[in-house]
Design a protein around this ligand. Sequence first.
Ligand code: GLU
Length: 336
Amino acid sequence: MAQHKLCVKHGVMNQKPQLHIFSLGGTISMAPTLDAGSGVRPTFGAHDIVAAAPELAEIADISAESLSLKGSANLLFSEIAELCRRAASLSCSGIMVTQGTDTMEECAFLASLLYGGPPPMVFTGAMRSPAQPGADGRANLMAAALTALTSNGPAVSLVMNDEIHHPFYVTKSHTSNVAAFQSPIRGPVGQITEGNVILHPVQPAPTFDIPDEFAPVALLPAVLNDDGNLFDTILSAGYAGLVVEGFGAGHVSEQIAEKLAAIAAKIPVILASRVRAGSVFERTYGYRGAEIDLLNKGLVPAGRLSGRKARILLSLILGLEKPDWRQEFTRVVKHV
Ligand code: GLU
């Protein structure tokens, strides 16, 4: 399936920039199966996607490569790492990645930790498959291509619905709306309007080496009236780290707090929030199970990073076997 064509200039007369497209699957690649009622499935590779958007060739010389063809729930950290490795070896003006929207915020966040550009790398996809009325994939491809060919944005960004989002903040906020992606803390870092890319300045994000392996890190939310039995399985299951999504600004029940203290004595434990926006607190609430107690028990605050992004960051840092994981984790948290 994979067809590789490096993006090198085709000739001295050709002034178009070079755009390389990696496709991973997702709704933008999906078509109905022959059995009516069986739903859409990943079908189209990178070359089909490019062929369905002929306007891309008007703004760039395109090379396209299918890295996988699957629903994005099946993507692996190692596949995103490999994509970043390949991206770093390309010589082109911009890189676009098409994939499913379900995990796009996680993949773009991981890529932003592993790839510093240039050229810019832009993730995009579609909320509606190509055969659906109002399919959004083609418009997203063009907006993402224009962003990927613009050099003053973040090294990695996510473009959907004519908005450019920073991977640290963006989250999928709706199951079906084409305006599903939002950055609740700071809003988009740019827009595409009438073919123009308008970007607000962003600080370069910290990047890391690509690890040989990612460490297994669990993510558990605080939920009401929880006996905490799942927390008891974390150490015996072999996790190297845990992220807990606390209530509100980072709170759990007294019972869970004791379990977290025991876990944090053995492996790194990060305190994030199950709330969609805002920072975990560090010095406001003093009752048992609140943030001051949890941080005293050894948990490390995730700041404004969501639990799922904190999990990716910890998995990467532990995979790299960094001597001071807290310092490395906090370095990124402070950037958010
Ligand atoms: N709505 C998702 C998408 O946009 C479903 C499939 C997936 O994430 O791969 O692609």
